[in-house]
Design a protein. Structure first.
Ligand SMILES: Cc1ncc(COP(=O)(O)O)c(C=O)c1O
Length: 397
């Protein structure tokens, strides 16, 4: 029996693989510190859970319209006006089964075989595989200053070709927490303004910026790009709702209509009960958001300081999201020992039972990704273990 060709184009998600490895060790009774997972450790806020209970009590357990209930669409529209100063109508928004699904359906709606899509590195592991499944090709764009991670207009200009159908912007980013200020973003958008292509803004970490950083937003900076900008977002990270699987897309009505047709033959609507919860998350009381973000901010400062205290580790200061992406090349060897960030991650989980993700699938093999979506206590213990494992390994002379 033969499997499809398509399945050969994708690899399992590196981040999910680490979570599974951690779970397997835990089943053996081993206490693992999981700094690999890309999900907030907080519980979903009570007002959101209550909205789901109310939906159940009302019997909202049936199919809904494919692109989401009227209530959720209204909540998305409300959120866009409140948080982003954007006026969108309900024909220009839709709900999806998570931000990942939003991007997946969008790629299916936009791309043809052979289309090129620019993906700034380091990038979220799933973009290249999801693009491949849509027949498109990720063209990875490295910033000239590789270790600064921030794309400059020249980098973008040099990467654009007549085949470039879209550019994916993810600010703040997974895995390096890179966020663009309005000025930095404007410089990139000036380049894109001259090249007819889609701008896909993956905003799932938009609320997670620290130290007073002002985040640039595509349509605030350049409203004239609206006809070719699509925003994908999600309640997963902002509202600690990863398991509920609700994401959403905002864009031209024609794109939303095409995506709704595809989604109608794919998943139909996202879960009815989760939609009711997401509507409360987006349009209800927002008090939980700054509370969680304040905590993430403290953790960021703590983790960066502790990593920088480990000899020979080079660690950027992320402006957002909840990851750090240190360069661990000083501990990588040509033989006898870990050769890549991935092998170092395997060493750390085996040796000291700390889960982190190797950098290869993010485009940077000499790095590891550490998530600080964990308690200060666990971060403290996890970093103590990492420091001791690295000390034992020793830097390359
Ligand atoms: C950059 C980025 N985009 C999108 C997603 C999708 O999240 P979800 O499908 O939970 O909404 C993630 C999740 O890790 C992410 O890191």
């Amino acid at each position: 029996m033969q499997l499809s060709e398509r399945v050969k184009w994708v690899k399992p998600s590196a981040t999910l693989a680490v979570t599974e490895k951690a779970a397997a060790l835990r089943r053996q009774g081993i206490e693992v510190i999981d700094l690999g997972a890309g999900e907030p450790d907080f519980d979903t806020p009570e007002n959101i859970k209550e909205a789901a209970r109310r939906a159940l009590a009302r019997g909202e357990t049936k199919y809904t319209p494919v692109g989401g209930t009227d209530e959720l669409k209204s909540a998305i529209v409300t959120k866009l006006a409140r948080d982003n100063g954007l006026q969108y109508g309900k024909t220009e928004v839709m709900a999806n089964c998570g931000g990942k699904h939003a991007l997946f359906v969008l790629f299916q709606a936009l791309f043809n075989e052979g289309d090129e899509v620019l993906v700034p590195a380091p990038y979220w592991v799933s973009y290249p595989d999801m693009l491949a499944l849509a027949g498109a090709r990720a063209r990875i764009v490295f910033p000239q200053d590789r270790e600064n991670f921030k794309l400059r207009p020249e980098d973008l200009e040099a990467a654009l070709t007549p085949r470039t159908k879209a550019v994916i912007l993810n600010s703040p980013s997974n895995p390096a927490g890179v966020a663009y200020s309005p000025q930095e973003l404007d410089a990139l958008l000036e380049v894109l303004g001259k090249h007819e292509c889609w701008i896909i803004s993956d905003d799932v970490y938009e609320k997670m910026v620290y130290g007073g950083f002002v985040l640039g937003q595509v349509l605030k900076v350049r409203p004239e790009l609206r006809p070719r900008t699509v925003i994908c977002n999600s309640v997963s990270k902002t509202y600690a709702m990863t398991g509920w699987r609700i994401g959403y897309t905002v864009g031209p009505a024609e794109v939303i209509k095409a995506m709704t047709t595809i989604q109608g033959q794919m998943t139909s609507n996202p879960s009815s009960v989760a939609q009711a919860a997401a509507a409360e998350a987006l349009a209800g009381n927002q008090d939980s958001v700054p509370r969680m973000m304040e905590e993430f901010g403290k953790r960021r400062d703590f983790v960066v300081a502790r990593l920088r205290a480990i000899p020979h580790i080079r660690c950027n200061e992320p402006q957002g999201a909840f990851y750090v992406f240190p360069n661990v090349s000083a501990y990588l060897r040509k033989s006898q020992g870990p050769k890549t960030g991935d092998e170092l991650a395997a060493y750390l989980i085996e040796k000291v039972h700390v889960a982190v993700v190797g950098g290869t699938d993010f485009g940077y093999p000499d790095h590891i990704r550490i998530s600080y979506a964990n308690s200060l206590e666990n971060l403290d213990e996890g970093l103590r273990r990492i420091a001791s494992a690295l000390a034992e390994l020793g830097p390359v002379a």
